[in-house]
Design a protein around this ligand. Structure first.
Ligand SMILES: [Zn+2]
Length: 89
């Protein structure tokens, strides 16, 4: 987004939904434009998404670990039963 006065790149304030030129101080109101959406995503949503993603990965890892433990336990149990019910082994 360029400033109409001096053609410098304007800084977008997502909370106020306006762009401010850092050189001449010109302000321009922007209503839900792509630029605002992008800035919003950059500032807050991205962090939340990243956090949620990490949390999700952690949960999946936990699940995998528990599943492994369960399989190992079941394997041991199966072995034990085999030994109990097959005296020849
Ligand atoms: Zn300007």
């Amino acid at each position: 987004m360029k400033c109409k006065n001096c053609n410098a790149t304007m800084e977008i304030d997502p909370s106020k939904q306006e762009a401010v030129c850092p050189y001449c101080g010109a302000k321009e109101l922007i209503c839900d434009s792509d630029a605002v959406a992008v800035e919003k995503i950059k500032s807050s949503t991205f962090k939340e998404m990243e956090y949620a993603h990490m949390e999700n990965q952690r949960r999946q890892q936990d699940h995998i670990e528990k599943e492994k433990e369960r399989l190992i336990l079941m394997g041991l149990l199966a072995n034990l039963l085999l030994h109990l019910y097959s005296p020849s082994l």
